[in-house]
Design a protein around this ligand. Structure first.
Ligand SMILES: [Ca+2]
Length: 423
């Protein structure tokens, strides 16, 4: 049966009517999401996914310093480094290496055995944070003068371990992010405590600054909420960050002042604290718990601020929100606390969103660590990369670093002998 009209003008009217009908149904489909709206949406989503997969990725110029396991421009560094890194099966390995990449000592941590030990500890704080749902890792470590290693198993425990791997003590506290030794040899780290202001459905987590002796005893404790309230920093104590409800501060560093400089405004009783989610750092005096310096606004989602001298602080600025959010970068900056002037030491175009580290070695050389890129490297005053370690797994894939620090002081003789199987 022929449904087409016999007259030519009638044919055009037919197609026009058909077009209007299709347009009308398309309008109704889009407006009221009726059939076949879901099919079209799925097809559209699939198309965009394919386009994302086929789109060429960003191209980075090949450069030996980002490719070789060890890159060196010839600058001599006699020191050794302590590196924490994930193994291929997501255990954690902590090694003492030199700047030639030779491994002088190795601890291989069975993180699941450590987790089982935490599980069986009746003293543990038995509540969970999002961090614990992820892979277990080391975040913050220190080498004691006797050669023992102390580290944070992030948000689960602090552990002291002998060079042969024997555990000296295991303390189920929610220590995390950083670990530093003060001039008396005591340990400083960040802690976490669950606080419920009255509503079980609305709990939030207070965080703390902890000082411990090398036997694992907590010597001093500061609740961040109490410290901020006491110093009239209510805006930091009660930020309006609904997304960070359970992580309102995200304290990620607590550094004691260990600099041999008594001429500036900071001294050995001061602690430098970083609150990532508030984009803020502050220095408080431990004798009277007063906040004597505060800075915010110059950096975003910062990590690992360090005292440089009696007046200056260096910050690993993640620049999560930069001038061009589509091309975020990381930079190292130095702030002069006397006049709040800012100096940019180095800009790294390879963005490091979390866990970044910096450490000033000798004047004008800074060690920068981008854990996700599996690299730690040294930059000179001229902003030149003079040394780099790029971590590769045995499979050849790039591995993930967790922490890196140069061991400045003479270290224990345990690490003076190169093992025969060292690469
Ligand atoms: Ca630091």
């Amino acid at each position: 049966m022929n449904i087409m009209p016999r007259k030519p003008w009638a044919k055009w009217c037919f197609f026009a009517s058909l077009g209007m009908l299709l347009f009308g149904y398309g309008f109704i489909t889009a407006s009221y999401k009726v059939f076949p709206y879901s099919l079209i949406s799925m097809a559209n989503e699939g198309w965009h996914t394919l386009m994302e997969l086929w789109k060429p990725g960003p191209s980075f110029p090949k450069n030996p310093r980002w490719e070789l396991p060890i890159y060196s421009s010839g600058e001599p560094f006699e020191m050794k480094l302590l590196l924490a890194r994930h193994t291929e099966n997501w255990d954690v390995e902590i090694v003492v290496i030199d700047f030639d990449g030779r491994i002088w000592h190795r601890w291989l941590l069975d993180v699941h055995a450590l987790k089982a030990r935490w599980d069986s500890d009746p003293e543990r704080l038995n509540w969970r944070t999002s961090v614990e749902e992820e892979r277990l890792f080391v975040h913050g470590m220190a080498l004691l003068p006797c050669g023992d290693l102390v580290f944070n198993l992030e948000n689960l425990a602090m552990v002291r371990m002998q060079p042969d791997g024997e555990i000296v003590w295991f303390k189920s506290i929610k220590s995390h992010h950083s670990m530093e030794l003060d001039l008396d040899g005591n340990i400083w780290t960040c802690g976490a405590e669950k606080v419920n202001p009255g509503s079980p459905a609305n709990p939030w987590i207070d965080q703390s600054i902890l000082k411990l002796d090398t036997n694992g005893n907590i010597l001093q404790y500061w609740s961040l909420t109490e410290l901020l309230q006491r110093n009239q920093f209510h805006g930091l104590a009660y930020p309006e960050f609904p997304d960070y409800h359970n992580d309102r501060y995200h304290v990620n560093d607590a550094d004691p002042y260990v600099i041999d400089d008594t001429t500036g405004r900071f001294n050995r009783f001061d602690i430098l604290v970083s609150l990532r989610n508030a984009n803020a750092i502050f220095v408080f005096n431990t004798l009277d718990s007063t906040i004597k310096y505060f800075s915010s606004g110059h950096f975003t989602r910062q990590h690992d601020p360090d005292f440089i001298d009696g007046n200056r602080i260096s910050v690993f600025d993640n620049r999560f929100v930069g001038a061009d959010p589509s091309e975020p970068t990381t930079r190292i900056i130095t702030i002069n606390a006397m006049n709040n002037t800012l100096f940019t030491n180095f800009i790294d175009s390879s963005y490091c969103m979390t866990m970044g580290r910096l450490q000033w070695l000798v004047p004008y050389f800074v060690l920068i660590t981008n854990p996700h890129a599996g690299r730690t490297y040294v930059v000179s005053k001229e902003q030149k990369v003079v040394w780099a370690h790029n971590y590769y797994l045995p499979s050849g894939a790039r591995g993930k670093l967790l922490d890196a620090r140069v061991l400045k002081l003479p270290i224990h003789s345990t690490f003076d002998t190169l093992p025969s199987d060292s690469p």
